[in-house]
Design a protein around this ligand. Structure first.
Ligand code: 3PG
Length: 216
């Protein structure tokens, strides 16, 4: 695993953010940092995404990455703006290879055993399991991961406070991604206190279940 991915996954939680207005970015960074989670995946689902990535990449101690990457060109633009990791919903060979050539940590999306084997062929061992809940959730992922003990998973899609620990307790699951603690409506309403509170609750649950991180 690249050092970049290791430092990201140590929190066991990746906030997946769709940001409507880049002006919200720094307040978002403050809210997440205050909760103890100074990182975010900014999805390319809004026009403000690249500007938000650029702003967050300047923030000392904050790790910003890009999500909803559909092509290597998306990855190129986001990394030029300052993204330090790349998350994709599907397994796009060109995108993965571009990231590997550039030395950018990448978490490609997989949904089936065939996807997993394609990821393995590419030398990838950390994947995003997406969309986790609609695919069948914990039960599906447990069965999928069974024959691939060497693979590591970051389930995302439909994960929330209620099912977070069930996923994290599965063998092979190293972190979860989710938008529930950075809900777009809260950002738009300027309710950053709620972002901090929900994120801190999730981190507390993780610490209680798995112990404090050694680097804390
Ligand atoms: C993603 O882009 O990874 C997902 O849409 C996040 O899923 P969630 O909104 O269900 O957490």
């Amino acid at each position: 695993m690249s050092t970049g991915l290791a430092s990201l996954l140590r929190w066991r939680l990746i906030p997946v953010v769709s940001i409507a207005d880049a002006d919200q970015a720094l307040r978002l960074a403050d809210a997440l940092t205050e909760a103890g989670l100074p990182c975010a995946e900014i999805t390319l689902r809004t026009d403000a995404a690249l500007e938000a990535i650029a702003l967050l990449s300047q923030r000392e101690g904050f790790t910003v990455g890009v999500g909803t990457v559909h092509s290597y060109r998306d990855a190129e633009a986001a990394c030029a703006a300052g993204a330090r990791f790349v998350v994709t919903p599907g397994l796009n060979v060109r995108t993965v290879q571009w990231c590997q050539e550039q030395g950018v940590p990448v978490l490609p999306g997989i949904a089936t055993p065939s996807d997993l084997e394609s990821a393995m062929e590419l030398g990838v061992s950390y994947v995003k399991f997406f969309p986790a809940e609609p695919l069948g959730g914990v039960r599906f992922l447990k069965a999928l991961a069974g024959p691939y003990a060497e693979m590591r998973f970051v389930p995302t899609g439909g994960i929330c406070r209620e099912n977070l620990l069930e996923y994290l307790k599965l063998p092979g699951v190293v972190a979860c991604g989710g938008s529930w603690m950075v809900c777009r409506a809260w950002l738009e309403a300027g309710d950053f206190a709620r972002v901090t509170a929900e994120t801190a609750t999730a981190l507390k649950m993780i610490a209680e279940a798995f112990g404090e991180r050694e680097d804390k």
